[in-house]
Structure formats: C-alpha cells, structure tokens
Design a protein around this ligand. Structure first.
Ligand SMILES: Cc1ncc(COP(=O)(O)O)c(C=O)c1O
Length: 259
C-alpha cells in the first residue's frame, strides 16, 4: 500500500515571488545586501515599531530575544504548556529555569490568571521573562499581560510565530502584533507553514534600542564594521543568524500579499 503525503499547509508562491527570487539571484548580492533592510523596513512601517531585525528562523528570533534581554543560568522563564518546542529549547540552552504554566481550557493559551497561579504555586520570587504564544494567531489578553509584566517587573516576549497580520484594539486604537505596544519583543517565523514564507526565516520587532543593538550584533558574529575598507572589530560573542538576500527577496514579495 502506498501512502500519500498530506500537507497541512501549502505555501502560496506566485509568479511575482519567483520573479523577485530570480532578480535577487541575478543581482550577484546573495548575502548582506539591501533586500534585508528593505524586508525589515516593511515590518517597521506596517507595525509602527521602531526596530526590526531579520534572521534565519523563528527559533533564531527567540534566541536573539533571550540573548538581548540577558537571560542567565537559573533565570525564571514562564512558557505556555501548549507550545511549539522552540522557546523551551532556547531557554534550556540558556540554562534558565523553565516553568510551564497551564493554558486556558477554551483558548489553549496562557492567561494572566494561570501565570499568576503558576508563580504562587511554585513560590517564584523573580520572573525574568514571560514568553506568551498566540496559538493559531488568536490574540488574548494582550494589554492585560502588559499590566502583569509591569507588576512583576519582568520582560514580556510575544512569540507571534503564528500571528503575523493579527491585530487587536486598545482604547479604540488598532494595533498589529509586532507593534510591541504591549511587550518588549515580538518574534516571527517565516517557515512555509506560516502566514508568509521565506523558505526558512524569522524576525524580531522591538521599540527598545538596547535590545535592537544587542540582537543586531549577535546576529552577525558580534562584528562591527569600521570606516576602513575590509577592517572590522569583534566586540562581543555572536553567531551567524543572518537571513540571506534570496530569502529576504521572497519575503518582500510575500509580505505584499499580507494586506
Ligand atoms: C509558536 C512557534 N514558535 C517558534 C517556532 C519556530 O520557528 P522556526 O521553525 O522558523 O524556527 C514555531 C515554528 O513552527 C512556532 O510555531
């Protein structure tokens, strides 16, 4: 008996996407070129956030987020008990203490009440970060989580890998997820199962310049360029988490479909 593969999400690739990718291939600039900046600018403009940093996966985006807020060994990270494994894996790499808070039986998502219960039950004294995840792109209690973050004096990261294009209203004003109006950092994935795809890819948005600078540095080996041609300084540890120009070009044409 032969088994047919059943895809649970087919990427929407049209001729304009193919044209953009071919243009990028023909340009001769396959890495570290202007299409990365162009891709990042689309997010800033649409979401009205100050900074955006593209990277090579949603998992890398979560890594950049945790690095930029300075997660250390034994720092407490609270995660939803229904989640993709990426955030837990990254927190584990940072040797953080991970607590999985219950999710709401109706929404399958964290609630302010369940996080509060988790903190009380486990007698947690200090929370480093809550990493909320908007399952299936449903935004729940966005501004309430922000109030909780303020109360706990911790970071709030929105894992919005399912939620590109989702929006909510606060005081009658519309906010796209990614605006970081009610969080410190928002992370996205462009895996083919997501709203738009770059093949593999990710991005973070933030309004915090320190978070932006730390993430940008880490994304590319901790290197800063000098004015002198071919000369650069390595000022901190880092990795190569860069998105390629080819992927960014696909992202640019995909983003335009996300109205
Ligand atoms: C909620 C969530 N976070 C993070 C990720 C990781 O994204 P990526 O596969 O681009 O590394 C995914 C991917 O499926 C996800 O669903």
């Amino acid at each position: 008996m032969s088994v047919l593969p059943i895809s649970n999400g087919k990427p929407y690739i049209e001729s304009d996407d193919i044209k953009e990718v071919i243009k990028s291939l023909k340009s001769g600039f396959l890495s570290q070129g202007d299409s990365i900046n162009q891709f990042e600018k689309l997010f800033k403009k649409k979401f009205k956030c100050k900074f955006s940093i593209a990277c090579n996966s949603g998992t890398s985006a979560i890594y950049l987020a945790m690095h930029s807020i300075g997660v250390k060994k034994n720092d407490v990270i609270i995660l939803p008990s229904i989640n993709f494994i990426a955030a837990a894996n990254v927190a584990n790499l940072f040797e953080a203490k991970i607590y999985f808070a219950d999710v709401d039986i109706q929404t399958g998502q964290l609630s302010v009440e369940s996080v509060t219960r988790c903190i009380k039950k486990n007698k947690i004294k200090k929370v480093k970060a809550i990493i909320n995840m908007y399952l299936s792109g449903n935004l729940r209690q966005v501004s309430d989580f922000y109030k909780l973050k303020k109360k706990l004096n911790c970071y709030l990261i929105e894992d919005a890998c399912h939620a590109l294009g989702s929006y909510y209203y606060y005081k009658n004003k519309k906010f796209f997820i990614g605006s970081c109006k009610h969080s410190d950092i928002c992370t996205f994935s462009f895996h083919p199962l997501k709203t738009i795809t770059t093949g593999e890819g990710g991005l973070i948005t933030t309004n915090d310049k320190k978070i932006y600078n730390k993430s940008k540095l880490f994304r590319s080996h901790g290197i800063i360029k000098t004015n002198k041609h071919w000369k650069y300084n390595v000022i901190s540890p880092g990795l190569n988490l860069r998105l390629s120009n080819i992927n960014a070009s696909l992202g640019i044409s995909q983003f335009k479909k996300n109205r």
